[in-house]
Design a protein around this ligand. Structure first.
Ligand SMILES: Nc1nc2c(ncn2[C@@H]2O[C@H](COP(=O)(O)OP(=O)(O)OP(=O)(O)O)[C@@H](O)[C@H]2O)c(=O)[nH]1
Ligand SMILES: [Zn+2]
Length: 337
């Protein structure tokens, strides 16, 4: 330090010595960084939304191997113009409120964060064509509860079948639901039948999941009329042709009414990372009844002396609710999704 300025001593006679920024070991403070949100990720390049425009960015060195995912709020430096060929740098990921995770498959313990900072998981299922797949819905619910996200069951194609049968499976869990129909008398683009869904999405970040053919794209296009164009812009910016169908992307709802994250490539959730203790936390009334469970009790059907059985026997809880909770618990290790 002492000889660092020796060659420039004359400068220090002329003006007070300025505190220099830490140079090497200390982390730079990036006082000039701005906040943006990650819209999509494509081969190490990130599309961010900043002041209404899309900006391309890459991770900066201080982030190391820390992942950046769709939904992240990030701090960014560099070229925020969004002009062709511009590239900003992500210097920090703002702590996440939620993380939706999946294990690659149930036997593979490597878990990955799919999206972050989402409040709600919208499980999109058709009432017919294709037939609902309750096991798949159960697994999505497990992922939501584990992530601390509120679930919403969105039943599409209400013009084709009645929701009652499916609803009876989820009523005791208290899963909120909406129905939509975007064909028949009401075509996509008309407002009427989406009012309830829009109300449920308002002010939140919601992730939409659903298997092929349930009408998820139709729904997204009805909610965000220029969704195709917006996704098109993402493509134009990356210059990599058609938007890869395997990546999630975030869209802002019209009038700043919230955010949706579509997940075209995600049809399944490996749930190997989900612990029974985390799942039951989503049902505080049931959790209360497990306080005297034997150590290590999973609260499943075959557990001896589980507090849930005692509560049912004593008439203290709804047996359907316990049964449904246990169905979810079992769905963790199902192999048919
Ligand atoms: N009858 C009826 N058909 C619908 C409704 N919504 C969507 N469809 C039709 O269902 C088919 C599948 O819709 P998509 O929106 O492409 O389904 P998706 O879930 O995005 O499927 P992928 O593109 O495979 O991921 C299309 O032929 C739609 O026109 C509806 O409410 N009622
Ligand atoms: Zn138990």
């Amino acid at each position: 330090m002492s000889n660092r300025y020796s060659e420039h001593d004359h400068e220090h006679y002329e003006r007070p010595r300025r505190r220099t920024r830490p140079r090497t070991k200390d982390r730079p403070s990036y006082d000039d960084a701005v906040l943006a949100r990650v819209v999509t990720v494509d081969r190490g390049r990130f599309t961010l939304l900043f002041e209404g425009r899309r900006v391309m960015a890459m991770k900066s060195r201080p982030l190391g191997r820390k992942g950046v995912v769709v939904g992240d709020h990030v701090r960014v430096v560099g070229d925020m113009s969004g002009d062709d060929g511009s590239l900003a740098r992500i210097v920090e990921v703002v702590p996440r409120t939620t993380t939706l995770r999946r294990t690659a498959d149930d036997d593979d313990p490597v878990e990955r964060v799919i999206v972050s900072n989402a409040d709600q998981l919208v499980v999109v299922t058709a009432l017919a064509d294709p037939e609902p797949r309750p096991r798949l819905i159960d697994r999505a619910l497990v992922a939501a509860y584990d992530a601390g996200m509120a679930p919403l069951l969105c039943m599409t194609k209400a013009d084709l079948a009645d929701p009652e049968t499916l609803l009876s499976t989820y009523r005791s869990l208290g899963v909120p639901w909406v129905v939509t129909q975007l064909k028949g008398e009401r075509e996509a683009g008309t407002s009427g039948d989406l009012t309830e869904l829009r109300d449920r999405l308002r002010g939140k970040t919601s992730v939409l999941v659903g298997h092929s053919g349930v009408g998820k794209s139709t729904l997204v296009n009805a909610l965000v009329p220029d969704a195709h164009r917006e996704v098109g812009i993402v493509n134009a910016v990356t210059g990599r042709g058609r938007h890869t169908s395997t990546s999630a992307y975030l869209l802002e709802l019209p009038d700043g009414d919230g955010w949706i994250i579509d997940t075209p490539g995600i049809r399944s959730f490996g749930l190997a990372h989900v612990q029974p203790e985390n799942l039951i936390e989503a049902f505080p009334d049931l959790e209360e009844m497990t306080e005297d469970c034997p150590r290590g009790c999973t609260h499943g059907t075959d557990e001896p002396e589980c507090g849930l059985d005692e509560a049912v026997a004593a008439g203290e809880t709804d047996p359907d609710r316990v049964e449904s909770f246990r169905r979810l618990l079992a769905a963790r290790s199902a192999t048919d999704w």
